[in-house]
Design a protein around this ligand. Structure first.
Ligand code: DAH
Length: 340
């Protein structure tokens, strides 16, 4: 058997040296290395040997296989080069032909929407400030006026990394980070970013989504400034005739807190499935920055005041483009993504 193996190797190498074209190489490969090739058959015949000879023979056959494969790769490359040189010399390859254009992609709908939002707020004097996705309990909750065991924490269930680290449930912790960095400057920023919630996935909610937070801190900033900013945003993002409605609400980090609704763009306020026949859709939570939060950011609430707001990014895009399922955003189905 050993002799047969050695002979096979020699024969194969000689045949390989003779194979001078891609076709000949393919035939060689089938003959020696293919499924029904000589070497494969030899490996199969191991079973016919006495038990004690099997391992050594198996190893030897495998070693030959590795050698032949390496020799084949080297020969293939050499033949390919030779064939190309020949084709070039004969003019069979026209190197002056233009190349095939590489297909270019485009920005994801979320990125496009974020950039529209940045542009609108930039015109109103807001800078973009990015904070981290992984947050501490302290920033995500405590410094936003939610000490441990505060019942409001139930609204923001999340993914914990350990007892102190978590994936942020909202962009609000960035408020504290900007304040601590910018004090004693006045602040006008938006904080975009991804947020995470331990939550059932439905057509209306995902467990990962984007938010844009807004924060203005200065002297004599009032609720009117907040409402004006939100109304201006809605009119520029959707349509100039949008109306905003303000409702009282509760968030631990604002006082007073509000929620802003906009007249439903699908039915123009007449009532439809999307607005649950109320004519209004909720656009964001907002309010005047709570004195405790200002203080935690380093700003004296006796001297400074501010407003803040936060809204999701996918939902406004859903409404603007009449998309009926939020899950489509991150499913990476090009048939969906290419439409925008
Ligand atoms: N952080 C809130 C949430 O995720 C949204 C929010 C409400 C942000 C009120 C604010 C605010 O800045 O003032 O549900």
């Amino acid at each position: 058997m050993r002799d047969t193996l050695d002979r096979l190797k020699e024969e194969a190498l000689a045949a390989l040296a003779d194979a001078g074209s891609s076709e000949a190489l393919q035939a060689w490969n089938r003959r020696y290395l293919g499924k029904k090739g000589a070497l494969t058959q030899m490996l199969r015949s191991v079973g016919e040997l006495p038990k004690e000879e099997r391992p050594a023979f198996g190893q030897a056959t495998n070693a030959v296989k590795v050698d032949l494969e390496a020799a084949y790769d080297a020969r293939t490359e050499a033949v390919r080069q030779a064939e190309m040189a020949r084709d070039l010399a004969q003019g069979a390859i026209d190197v002056t032909l233009p190349g095939r254009p590489a297909g270019s992609g485009h920005l994801h709908l979320t990125t496009q929407t974020l950039r529209q939002i940045y542009d609108i707020f930039a015109e109103m004097g807001f800078q973009v400030y990015e904070a981290t996705d992984v947050e501490t309990d302290t920033y995500n909750f405590e410094l936003l006026n939610m000490p441990p065991h505060h019942p409001a924490r139930d609204m923001w269930d999340t993914f914990w990394i350990n007892d102190e680290l978590l994936l942020r449930t909202h962009t609000s912790p960035g408020q504290i980070r900007v304040m601590r960095e910018r004090y004693p400057e006045p602040i006008r920023v938006i904080l975009p970013g991804k947020c995470y919630r331990y939550e059932q996935i439905t057509a209306r909610s995902e467990h990962q989504f984007y938010q844009v937070e807004g924060l203005a801190v200065g002297h004599n900033i009032t609720m009117t400034d907040l409402i004006g900013t939100l109304t201006e945003f809605a009119r520029r993002f959707y349509k100039p005739d949008r109306r905003i409605r303000i409702r009282g609400s509760y968030f631990p980090f604002t006082e007073p807190s509000i929620e802003a609704d906009m007249d439903c763009i699908l039915c123009n306020g007449a009532g439809c499935r999307v607005c649950k026949y109320t004519g209004w859709v909720e656009v964001c939570g907002a309010g005047m920055v709570h004195p405790v939060v200002l203080k935690n950011g380093g700003y004296d609430p006796a001297e400074w005041s501010g407003f803040a707001f936060g809204f999701g990014v996918e939902r406004p895009a859903l409404m603007k483009y009449n998309i009926d399922d939020i899950r489509l955003f991150y499913r990476n189905d090009l048939r969906f993504l290419r439409q925008f």
